[in-house]
Design a protein around this ligand. Structure first.
Ligand code: GLP
Length: 241
């Protein structure tokens, strides 16, 4: 099923495998139109898109990738770092000319966030891939984040720590801070692809697309972006009118 709401194109797919193919097609179209800089995301949601990208004959060797976020304090070799995730799911198979992920080991937050913003400004993002937090966060922009925010250091909320604890031996090991592109940085991308699966995301999806634009739901600011594609499964779409 497909529905167009103003600037937002919603595609409902059977499952995460079909979502991988649908997401791949969005990437393919963007590359065909000349996209040079891809904004990338981590989490369980994008994995099937990365599977399709790695299995394809698309060539990223002249392109630049810029990731959304990284935990503060995890080395790139830590299996739960977002550096490691990207190597494993995409970069090892499909190297880019340049790939950037915030440096979680740079404990000078002011320096790291300024460097990252300069990088984004020098390499405007053509297509930004996003997952969606259960509380409506994008990247690590938790509820309450300034919509004009650029890259910043974030204190993760209890609900995000709990949601991500499944990847660690226990919740105590989940880092408490992350570096994340801001909502303002994300909205500068020319095109945005946001993907969500499962019932646990249904409230956030409804608030993102049909609720008021509010700092309580960071993803609701996507309503103000001119070119957004949303890929959902039935469960994630189940609370839409
Ligand atoms: C983390 C990431 C987000 C991601 C979200 C959802 O908090 N920082 O970028 O979108 O989790 O993750 P998942 O796709 O595993 O549900």
């Amino acid at each position: 099923m497909q529905e167009v709401m103003k600037n937002i194109h919603v595609q409902i797919v059977r499952d995460q495998t079909a979502g991988g193919l649908a997401g791949f097609q969005v990437f393919q179209n963007a590359l065909n139109k000349g996209a040079q800089v891809l904004g990338l995301a981590t989490g369980s949601t994008p994995v099937t898109i990365y599977d399709e990208l790695t299995a394809s004959d698309l060539d990223f060797s002249n392109l630049t990738s810029i990731n959304l976020d990284e935990y503060v304090g995890l080395k790139p070799t830590h299996p739960q770092s977002y550096h490691y995730f990207m190597q494993e799911h995409l970069f090892d198979q499909k190297p880019f000319a340049h790939s950037f992920v915030p440096d979680g080991m740079n404990l000078n937050a002011d320096e790291e966030t300024k460097l990252y913003d300069a990088l984004i400004n020098a390499n405007p993002i053509d297509l930004q891939l996003l997952g969606l937090g259960q509380n409506g966060h994008i990247g690590f922009n938790e509820p309450g984040t300034d919509p004009a925010s650029t890259t910043h250091k974030v204190a993760l909320t209890a609900s995000t720590i709990a949601a991500n604890a499944r990847f660690f031996d226990n919740a105590d090991e989940v880092p408490r801070y992350a570096y994340s592109m801001g909502i303002g940085s994300i909205l500068k991308a020319k095109q945005i692809l946001i993907v969500a699966y499962g019932e646990a995301k249904a409230n956030a999806v409804a608030a993102m697309l049909q609720g008021p634009v509010t700092p309580d739901v960071p993803a609701s600011y996507l309503q103000r972006h001119p070119n957004v594609t949303v890929i959902l499964d039935q469960a994630a779409a189940s609370k839409l009118n």
